[in-house]
Design a protein around this ligand. Structure first.
Ligand code: AMP
Ligand code: AMP
Length: 338
């Protein structure tokens, strides 16, 4: 066990403020690696111990050497996937909170589907052959790119005429589910083998969330729907649906233990769902890390309040897990290992 208290390292964007604040609340140091454009913003916050500048996020490996040491723990978030990519994440030498093998299942939508099927959670029907498109579908490219470049199609001709714009990008074709998007933020602790619901949000996506404000006759042909996330708002779910939320989260964790060796999924994750008119949940994606929707809850949520008598954000929950593991001489349990 490292004698020195662990320090939290993360890229300065996405949910870095929440992660660093959480570290500080747990008495841990935080190091934010960011670009010159963002550095000044992070320096405004005295709870951040150190801000290191790099020319671009992709240059992260260049500072790794100076941070190497058994007490600096990297906390991945959405920007790690978006700006560093799969290989640079995997090549990272710093101790990493989470299981990196989960990234393969995040990047590859076919593997995600395999995971959801194994977990026995309901996901929208996927189409592998364009000729069989018999309802409205959403065509989604790979990676956490916030819905940029997605499109809708109603039939095979419609699909074929639009799919060309994707070039050689990989994509999936999914049944479009009409309902309320609900993003459930979980935390699974490998130390106590418990699943917690930290908070729930819904996203605001432009321009799909704008088109409903127009009368129908003005909607027709006006825009191509896009799904670029620009904000989030908090959500409370009907209490009678809560057992289902726990059930889905637990099934996803249990299945990850089988599919994603050696440690399965642990730490923060999010099930991105849509609830239809029958109150059925359709899981459209598993995000196996902290999601930006948790930024709403720096001070905790109604759900974290049920579990903790103090403000508990997901960022703080991560820091607490790292600290507890370290105090128990068990830091390895929350770090990636092959
Ligand atoms: P940013 O730090 O804003 O450049 O975002 C980094 C990554 O996280 C991008 O892939 C964004 O699409 C995603 N992201 C940022 N903010 C949010 C949000 N509020 N909800 C969901 N995803 C987000
Ligand atoms: P994703 O990149 O999978 O998180 O999807 C981005 C956004 O596209 C979601 O937040 C939803 O608004 C929308 N979306 C994705 N998949 C579906 C689906 N199968 N049915 C309806 N909307 C979807």
């Amino acid at each position: 066990m490292p004698k020195r208290k662990p320090a939290i390292v993360t890229l300065g964007s996405h949910s870095a403020l929440q992660i660093a604040k959480g570290a500080s609340q747990e008495g841990l140091d935080s190091i934010i690696i960011t670009t010159p454009k963002n550095a000044g913003m992070y320096r405004r916050f005295p709870f951040i111990t150190k801000v290191i500048e790099i020319p671009s996020f992709a240059d992260f490996p260049s500072v790794e050497k100076e941070l190497l040491g058994d007490h600096n723990v990297v906390i991945p978030h959405g920007s790690f996937v978006a700006y560093l990519g799969l290989e640079k994440n995997k090549d990272m030498k710093l101790p990493y909170f989470g299981n990196k093998h989960v990234l393969d299942f995040e990047f590859d939508r076919k593997k995600q589907l395999e995971w959801m099927d194994d977990a026995q959670i309901q996901s929208p029907k996927q189409f592998t052959d364009s000729a069989s498109v018999d309802r409205t579908v959403i065509v989604k490219t790979y990676g956490a790119n916030g819905g940029v470049g997605y499109f809708l199609a109603r039939n095979p001709d419609d699909f074929n005429s639009q799919v060309k714009q994707l070039g050689d990008q990989k994509y999936v074709v999914q049944q479009y589910v009409i309902g309320v998007p609900m993003y459930i933020h979980y935390f699974y602790s490998p130390l106590t083998d418990t699943l917690e619901i930290m908070s729930i949000d819904r996203r605001y996506e432009t321009n799909v969330d704008g088109i409903g404000r127009l009368p129908l006759q003005h909607q027709d042909g006006l825009i191509e729907p896009t799904y670029t996330v620009v904000g989030n708002s908090p959500l409370s779910v009907r209490e009678s649906l809560m057992p289902k939320l726990y059930e889905m989260g637990e099934q996803v964790v249990a299945s990850s233990r089988k599919l994603i060796s050696p440690q399965g999924l642990f730490g923060p994750f999010c099930l991105e769902t849509i609830i239809d008119e029958h109150q059925e949940f359709w899981v459209i994606e598993i995000s196996a890390r902290i999601v930006a929707g948790t930024n709403l809850f720096m001070n905790g949520s109604q759900y974290s309040d049920l579990l903790y008598d103090e403000p508990m954000s997901t960022g703080r929950r991560i820091a607490r897990e790292v600290k507890t593991a370290w105090q128990q001489g068990n830091l390895e349990t929350v770090l990636h290992h092959d």
